[in-house]
Structure formats: C-alpha cells, structure tokens
Design a protein around this ligand. Structure first.
Ligand code: PBG
Ligand code: ZN
Length: 321
C-alpha cells in the first residue's frame, strides 16, 4: 500500500476533494440591526442588516461561492409567524436585493416559523391530547405561505426545516399552483433533535419558550426513523434531501445517499463552534480540521456542504492552486 502513497503518486489517487461548488454559505439577515453584529458563540459569523445582504453575497460570489442559505431575524414575532410571509419581510427583501445584484447566485431560503413565532416553535402550537404541542396540519398552511412569498421574491430553492409531516407535498402543490414549477425544494428531510443547534438559536433568536423539539425532530439514536423521514420527502417531491447535523451522522448520510437524489449535509452551528473554540485555544489546527471534517462528510455521501466555514474554505482552496 505504501507504494501508492509515495508523495509523487498521492495526488493522482485522491478520491475525494472539496470544491467550491460543493459549498453553501448560511447567512443571517437581521431586520433589527443597523450595522453588522458579531454572533458571540459563532466567532467570525455575523447578523447582517438587510441593506448589507447584497454586498455580502457579492463578496461570497467573488470568492467563488455559488449558493447562500438565508435565515431572517424579524422585527415582529407573534403566535402565527405572520412576519415570515410578509412580502416585505426580512428574508423577502434580502432575496430580492441579492437576486437583483448577483443574479447568478443560487438563493436558498429556510422555510420555518421558529424565528418568527413568539413561542419559538417551528409552526402553530395548540392544545393536543398530550398537552401543548406543534400542530401539524394547521402549520402546513403557514409553510405554504412562507414558501410562496420566498419564491415570489425570487428564491431559487426553498428549504423547509420544520419537520412537519406532509410539508414537502404541501409546498410542492402550492408552488405548482402559483406558477413556481421551477423552484426547487431542498428538504431538511432528516433533522435530528440535536444539542448542536445551541449557537444557531442565539444567532437567529429562535430558541423555544417551553418544551423542546423532540415531538417533531428525530431522536439521535433512531436509524430507521431517520431514513424513513428522507424516503417520505423523496416521495412527496423533494428535489434535494438533507441530513442535519452532519459530522455525527455519517452513517445516516451514507444510507440516504442510496435513495437516488442529491443529498445536502448541514454542518451546524455547534459543529462550527466546537472547531472554533478548540482552535482558539490552540488545541487543534482550524484549517486542517475543517477540511478533514468536510472531506469526510463528502466522502460519506454529501453532494452539498452547508457550512459556516464556506467562505474560509473557498480562500483555502485558492491558496492550494
Ligand atoms: C430552524 C433551524 C434550525 C437550524 C436550521 N434551521 C434550528 C432548530 O431546529 O432549532 C439549525 C442550524 C444550525 O445549528 O446551524 N428550524
Ligand atoms: Zn424551526
């Protein structure tokens, strides 16, 4: 085996290598901010005011990033998440300005209610026989409206992250009915109830006020349920599936890859924060760990890598050339 690893031979036999077109950069747009605000638990990440969306997107474009995933922090929250489908809402405005100034950038929007509800859950909540919980079918209508308003603003891809049953089918029908047949759905099809979303909830101001998300997200130990979630979304018309978080769930990713359509993996805020924190302490080498983590996520089966390191990786790939 070591003949194959001779330094001069190594580059010829590299199986997996990262490419800029694998990367999707998440962006937080904050309607309450007048200038960019650092996110303390995610060093190097910011909440941008809507008017900065286009310059940030242009900078990413110039660095070779071809897709962004938008999250919004709205001024107003209520029980129905009405600011999430306001035609002049924070994400809608950001989509329009990015598509206006960098039209080739693929704009993906997160379709969920948790940043827009006062209770912080991912849809409409109400009484059930097991206490207060996320209501499935009443929440679907909200997701349809959010997806339609994003598509109407020019989004190329909508990405429902609420883990409601039937949400992909519901959004697909709504999009087709309104003439958005060409808008893709990237479903957060297999989303675990993970402890790694903590920094994101600070970043997007989307923490819940009671209970938890275990009645809609998958338990980290459940393999068949995790795979079934993606199979159902494929059946309902998803164009791209997703596994989230990424690094702890490579076995799931490898299985979902076999379903036949493209798969995205989301290296989430807690994965970012862990690498950043250890690197800041000088305990690991940031660049090497980031590249290793993403290479292994790709090796396990991801076609797309959603990562807060996207901009850094693009820079490192340039250095290599
Ligand atoms: C909202 C949403 C979450 C993330 C993406 N979309 C958080 C959650 O489910 O609480 C997490 C992303 C991250 O941690 O980087 N549904
Ligand atoms: Zn949510």
């Amino acid at each position: 085996m070591r003949r194959l690893r001779k330094r001069i031979i190594q580059p010829l036999l590299r199986d997996q290598a990262l490419q800029k077109t694998d990367l999707v950069a998440p962006l937080f747009i904050d309607e309450t901010a007048s200038s960019r605000r650092a996110i303390p638990s995610m060093p190097g990440q910011f909440r941008y005011p809507p008017r900065e969306a286009e310059s940030v997107a242009r900078d990413l474009w110039d660095a070779g990033i071809r897709a962004v995933l938008l999250f919004g922090v709205p001024k107003e929250k209520d029980a129905q998440a009405s600011s999430a489908y306001d035609p002049d809402g924070v994400v809608q405005r950001a989509v329009r300005s990015i598509k206006n100034s960098v039209p080739e950038m693929v704009v993906i929007t997160d379709v969920c209610a948790c940043e827009y509800t006062d209770h912080g859950h991912c849809g409409i909540v109400g009484d059930t026989r097991c206490g207060i919980d996320l209501l499935n079918d009443p929440s679907l209508d909200v997701m349809d409206r959010i997806a339609l308003s994003h598509a109407g603003s020019g989004a190329d891809v909508v990405a429902p992250s609420c883990m409601l049953d039937g949400v992909v089918q519901s959004i697909r029908h709504a999009l087709d009915r309104e003439g958005f047949e060409d808008v893709l759905i990237m479903s957060y099809s297999t989303k675990f109830a993970s402890a790694l979303y903590g920094p994101f909830r600070e970043a997007a101001d989307s923490g819940f006020q009671f209970a938890d998300r275990t009645t809609y997200q998958v338990h980290p130990g459940n393999t068949r349920e995790a795979v079934m979630e993606s199979m159902l979304d494929l059946d309902e018309g998803a164009d791209i599936l997703m596994v989230k978080p990424a690094g702890f769930y490579l076995d799931i990713l490898a299985e979902i890859r076999t379903l036949g359509i493209p798969v995205a993996a989301y290296q989430v805020s807690g994965e970012y924060a862990m690498i950043k924190a250890a690197a800041e302490k000088g305990w690991i080498k940031e660049k090497e760990v980031v590249i290793e983590s993403l290479t292994c996520i790709k090796r396990a089966g991801a076609d797309l890598l959603i990562t807060y390191f996207a901009r850094d990786v693009a820079g490192w790939l340039d250095e290599e050339q």
